[in-house]
Design a binder for this molecule. Structure first.
Ligand code: CMX
Length: 438
């Protein structure tokens, strides 16, 4: 922890003067106008948030601290000499410090995470008592809330002794614990819902994501551990404006602690237009596969399926994006993994056919701004190949991953002393009176 703290502090000292100068000397500079459509259109495109950890380019995709995901996957330390997948906990280090950690640093981080991973009895009791048909994301959100009394931030705030300049230290402390605890919590929910509560103990010799895959207990292969590592690395962060990151940031801006804030973020991730899309996407693919009697579909058949979905008033899950305007690089990296590991899997073949059939259907609507697939179009397909085919659970895996980005971002928000968020809202009458009708 001391090393991590030292690195974060050094980076903040390096970046601090430019930030202060911006505030002082350019505080009134314009970043563009806000149109009526932006105001009534979900604030799309308004630059009104600072998120230090990553930046999303519509054409190129996300960069973690300036590095593309391909670069991250290459440069981040691996679990073994044979693995080709960058470790997600190494991306956590990168998001926090702007440095690729050494193997030794990742090893030390993993030891720290293992030390912090134990769930209090109050949490295990609560989780074990929940009805099996309660959605796993609801359970996860409740589990995170149940950990809130352990928050170092809230304890220190309450004691009245914590200086504003030390907020981030306690947020970092909580973030490490939350990241450590979220994987056993998520695995416990999975085993309760699908395996009658037969739990698999953690393996302290494994890395964070490898151990999570191990505790899920659906597949012992190294390939399943690798796809879990890849999934968790790819979904870790997607700048600050998406629903889960923004919610976490917004709630945290009221100085709610990391558990309260991330539980709220998880609730946003549970929406079908956001994280739940991976569950919906696999359901859509399975349904299409079954309706076609398991045979390989023609592009014409898929086109008809896609049109029927639109005609029934539903969105096609896994396609489109609020910011991206080309195929999501996260989709492409997962596709490369699938090509290398299970090219003949029927659902992968179906997902590939969708890649050809669906974009023209969405384009023909004339309104969809990005007809290309996003990450959710393939993540479920990859997981089901390794027996993780309980699609209602998929968004939980996303949430385990997204804790890395949301928590890193929260550390930096407190470090920069960002204030409580309070954008201005207006009424429709106000808009009507405000615009120039002449
Ligand atoms: N299927 C059908 N219609 C779609 C569509 C899709 N995949 N994507 C966009 N549209 C529609 C929108 O619903 C909207 O229609 P209305 O004007 O009738 O309301 C219109 O096209 C314009 O939308 P947009 O500006 O292109 O997209 P938004 O920024 O409003 O929404 C998103 C982005 C992701 C919510 C949307 O593309 C969608 O619903 N996709 C399917 C769900 C999905 O895959 N979500 C996961 C995204 C990644 C993530 O957050 O995890």
């Amino acid at each position: 922890v001391a090393t991590l703290q030292g690195k974060i502090k050094a980076l903040a000292e390096k970046k601090g003067p430019a930030f202060q100068k911006l505030k002082k000397e350019h505080g009134d500079d314009s970043l563009g106008e806000v149109t009526v459509n932006m105001c009534i259109g979900g604030a799309r495109g308004i630059k009104c948030l600072v998120s230090e950890t990553s930046l999303l380019d519509p054409m190129e995709g996300i960069r973690y601290r300036g590095r593309t995901l391909e670069e991250c996957n290459q440069q981040l330390p691996k679990a073994s000499a044979t693995s080709k997948v960058g470790l997600p906990e190494a991306s956590f280090w990168l998001l926090l410090t702007d440095e690729i950690p050494t193997d030794a640093e990742v090893k030390a981080l993993n030891e720290e995470l293992h030390k912090r991973a134990t769930l209090p009895e109050s949490t295990t009791k609560l989780i074990d008592s929940l009805p099996k048909d309660m959605h796993p994301m609801t359970q996860l959100s409740m589990g995170l809330l149940s950990l809130q009394p352990t928050s170092s931030f809230q304890k220190n705030y309450r004691s009245g002794t914590m200086k504003k300049t030390d907020y981030w230290v306690h947020v970092l402390d909580d973030s490490l614990s939350l990241v450590a605890q979220i994987s056993p919590l998520a695995a416990r929910i999975f085993r309760n819902v699908y395996f009658d509560g037969k739990h698999i103990p953690a393996d302290p010799s494994l890395d964070w994501a490898g151990n999570y895959a191990h505790m899920l207990g659906v597949n012992n292969s190294e390939a399943f551990k690798d796809i879990t590592r890849l999934y968790l690395m790819l979904h870790a962060d997607h700048e600050g404006g998406n629903v889960s990151a923004h919610t976490t940031h917004l709630v945290g801006s009221a100085l709610s602690d990391p558990y309260l804030s991330y539980s709220a973020g998880v609730n946003g991730l549970a929406g079908p237009l956001h994280g739940l899309a991976n569950q919906e996407c696999l359901r859509w693919l399975k349904n299409t596969h079954a309706t076609l009697g398991g045979k390989e579909p023609t592009i014409d058949e898929l086109t008809k399926f896609a049109k029927d979905t639109l005609a029934s008033g539903k969105v096609i899950p896994g396609f489109g994006h609020g910011v991206l305007r080309k195929t999501d690089p996260r989709y492409m990296i997962q596709r490369d993994f699938a090509e290398a590991n299970f090219p003949d899997d029927p659902l992968f073949k179906l997902a590939n056919a969708c890649y050809k059939a669906i974009p023209p259907v969405l384009e023909a609507t004339g309104k969809v701004k990005n007809p290309w697939p996003n990450v959710d179009a393939l993540s479920g397909t990859c997981m089901q190949y390794y027996n993780l085919d309980q699609e209602d659970y998929y968004t939980v895996v996303f949430a385990v991953s997204r804790s890395l980005g949301c928590m890193s971002n929260m550390v930096w928000s407190r470090l920069m002393g960002l204030p409580i968020e309070r954008p201005k809202s207006v009424t429709v009458d106000w808009l009507v009176n405000h615009v120039d009708w002449s």
